[in-house]
Design a protein around this ligand. Structure first.
Ligand SMILES: [Zn+2]
Length: 706
């Protein structure tokens, strides 16, 4: 029997769809057909069913967090079945055992390979004949074609070695560095756990650096000279090129032609330059590009964008989402061309293609490795009425980027007028659209295409040497600090992390490896930093919390704060994936690094001054004063409790009371006023819903019914 191994149930359904099949328990049975003469069974993982063991499963003594037991380095690494996924593991294992051929059909990437190979290994089936289905699209055509051309398993096994080297090394760094810094910081007075990671910590540092820049920014006044000019054909505004720190300095620079107290002058048009400019249609999207664009246009979080593209991919409408390529091959171009009018119809635009010839800007097989850019597939829904709002706008955007290839450049005329008063030159810029080109696709977007571009402004027609009348005025303002990063900018920042590296060689390396994290992981890095309370996102802008600041200060100067480490890792890892380097060598390097981090932290931590942050984190946690008068009520994770518990205060509240979660605000009211207003949503012991106010009596909660 052929066993096909998918990554998720949804994917399994897609894989079986083109063939006659019936449902079994934990698998789909493909009946005998042309492609599978003796049938096949399609089963699935649920993401990772198998994980690395915990430290205490190697050695009981490693359960306790202690500096003495670091670094923790098991002699050989062992895997276990994830507890909550044991049932599906058993189904997969039994099926693999009966297989005489296994077809790996998980996502065509490093992690997909890892998921499948670990399962096969744990089932004891590594010696069976293995084939690999490799397709970037889940349409019926692509799946048929993929199964007709399955690769030999040996062609992708190196991806498994790459994935293992990554997984084990991240485990080593994450585990050892987290314990190391948590324990050191506990000595300084922190109670919390500080999770440290190879990718997340450099990203945190990048956000922190921006935050410091903002905090240290000194806003300064500036003065500009403006002039409103009147010519026979109309009016326009000019501006002096430079800004000055004071009015005095400004007038100093323009004397004797312009002086304080006088507003009206005669001027002359000194120069009129008209340049034709053009912008090409944007490149096709890889995941980072799409995440950044959708965050900018719609404020969608990068994680939401990934989930949405994944769901569109699983429905068969778009190609593989975790792609880092911005190019396609002639094959995809051919079907896009063929379906041109259908895509147009779906998004409500209509145009004659400017060119039906592939351009190297988009179609370049040399720049497509495992995957091509994210594009619509040839499966086009009759309507998108049943799509979610997010699916619809993301799908629209992907279609637009593909249609852009068939449209001409956007062209406009840029006019620069230099107007002189005496020998003082004022500049005026204007922009006139000549032909809308690819921007036709975005004409109806309220968000516009690019807010950084100057607004279009049409100027009156003027000629060189035209006399004008100018009224000058001084405009003042304050210099502005940089803004906090948005989530979308953070994705771009990770992609371009190479720019923040000082060493040139390393910078090139990072650029080649596409920066921090991979297309598949960037959004989850932001999620992780949020969950661990190192950053928070307010109105799409990202801030470092006091807890995050502490960690940044603690790892300052170490390799954990720098993007370089990841650059080196990704380059090495890719080489393992290509079969040029060994994963064991990589893991050995990581072990050495663990030792080095340990030494460095012991040396650095003595000088670390984080008292201000300790005070800030403690204050941030305080919900209100405790009725006992000695301490404050804080969030202790599973319950709310008093900080003066060591002095004997027993005030504490469960976070959940008869099925109702109590909010910090409700606890605050209860402690400060002795009772709350009516709260809905309690469930009595005999399963009845009820509402009641709460009162506090001798530190205990009582219900008030009235
Ligand atoms: Zn108390």
């Amino acid at each position: 029997m052929i066993i096909v191994l998918a990554e998720k149930p949804d994917q399994a359904r897609k894989l079986a769809a083109p063939f006659p099949h019936t449902k079994g328990k934990g698998f789909l049975l493909i009946n005998s057909c042309k492609e599978f003469p003796s049938g096949a069974k399609v089963t699935w993982a649920i993401g990772h069913l198998v994980e690395l063991k915990n430290p205490d499963e190697y050695n009981e003594a490693w359960k306790k967090w202690s500096l003495d037991s670091l670094p923790i380095i098991p002699e050989r690494f062992e895997y276990k079945v994830s507890k909550d996924k044991a049932a599906q593991f058993k189904i997969v294992k039994d099926l693999l055992k009966e297989a005489d051929q296994i077809i790996i059909a998980t996502d065509p990437a490093r992690e997909g390979e890892n998921i499948a190979r670990l399962l096969i290994m744990m089932a004891g089936c590594s010696n069976k004949p293995i084939k690999r289905l490799w397709t970037s699209s889940l349409t019926e055509n692509a799946i048929r074609k993929g199964f007709a051309e399955v690769r030999d398993g040996s062609t992708t096994i190196n991806l498994f070695y790459e994935a293992q080297a990554r997984q084990i090394s991240d485990w080593l760094i994450g585990l050892n560095a987290s314990r190391l810094y948590t324990l050191h910081l506990q000595r300084k007075g922190f109670k919390e756990v500080f999770s440290v990671g190879r990718v997340q910590t450099p990203v945190l540092t990048l956000i922190y650096n921006r935050q410091c820049e903002i905090k240290n920014f000194k806003s300064e006044p500036f003065f500009e000279l403006m002039a409103e000019f009147t010519v026979a054909t109309g009016k326009y505004t000019g501006k002096l090129r430079d800004r000055y720190p004071s009015k005095e300095k400004l007038y100093e620079a323009v004397k004797p032609y312009i002086e304080p107290g006088k507003a009206t002058y005669n001027g002359v048009v000194k120069l009129v330059e008209v340049n034709e400019k053009r912008t090409q249609p944007p490149t096709l999207y890889n995941l980072s590009g799409l995440q950044a664009a959708m965050n900018k246009k719609k404020k969608y979080s990068p994680t939401d964008v990934l989930t949405t593209v994944q769901s569109l991919y699983e429905k068969g409408y778009v190609s593989y989402p975790r792609s880092d390529s911005q190019h396609i091959t002639a094959e995809e171009f051919a079907y896009l061309k063929q379906n041109l009018s259908n895509y147009q119809q779906l998004i409500g635009v209509s145009f004659q293609a400017h060119s039906l010839e592939p351009s190297k800007r988009y179609v370049n097989p040399d720049k497509v490795s495992d995957h091509y850019a994210i594009i619509p597939t040839e499966k086009i829904p009759a309507s998108t009425a049943d799509f979610t709002e997010m699916e619809k706008s993301t799908y629209d955007e992907i279609i637009k980027s593909a249609l852009g290839m068939f449209l001409p450049d956007y062209t406009y005329e840029e006019t620069v007028i230099t107007t002189a008063i005496g020998e003082v030159d004022f500049l005026t810029k204007g922009k006139t659209e000549k032909s809308i080109g690819w921007k036709l696709l975005y004409r109806n977007d309220p968000e516009g295409t690019d807010d950084e571009e100057e607004q279009q402004s049409t100027l009156p027609r003027v000629n060189q040497a035209d006399p004008t009348n100018g009224i000058v005025s001084v405009k003042d303002g304050m210099t502005q600090p940089p803004k906090p990063y948005t989530q979308g900018q953070l994705i771009t920042l990770m992609t371009n992390a190479g720019r923040h590296v000082e060493d040139k060689e390393m910078r090139d390396a990072l650029n080649e490896s596409e920066g921090l994290g991979t297309e598949a992981t960037r959004s989850s890095i932001i999620e992780t930093l949020m969950q661990r309370e190192f950053i928070l996102v307010k109105k799409n802008q990202v801030y470092v919390t006091p807890k995050g600041e502490v960690l940044c200060e603690a790892v300052k100067g170490t390799i954990l704060s720098k993007p370089e480490m990841t650059a080196q890792w990704e380059i090495f890892l890719k080489e393992i994936g290509r079969g040029n380097k060994k994963s064991s060598a990589f893991v050995e390097n990581t072990k050495k690094l663990c030792h080095k981090l340990l030494e460095q932290a012991s040396a650095d931590m003595g000088n670390l001054n984080v008292e201000a942050q300790i005070a800030a984190t403690e204050e941030a946690e305080q919900i209100c004063k405790c009725p006992c008068g000695n301490g404050h009520i804080t969030d202790k994770g599973k319950f709310y409790g008093c900080t003066a518990y060591k002095e004997g205060c027993k005030v504490s509240f469960h976070k959940e009371l008869l099925g109702k979660k109590l909010t910090p605000t409700q606890i605050k009211t209860l402690c400060e006023k002795g009772k709350t207003g009516k709260i809905k949503g309690f469930t009595s012991k005999n399963k009845k819903k009820f509402e009641a106010a709460l009162s506090l009596k001798d530190g205990k909660i009582e219900f008030i019914f009235s």
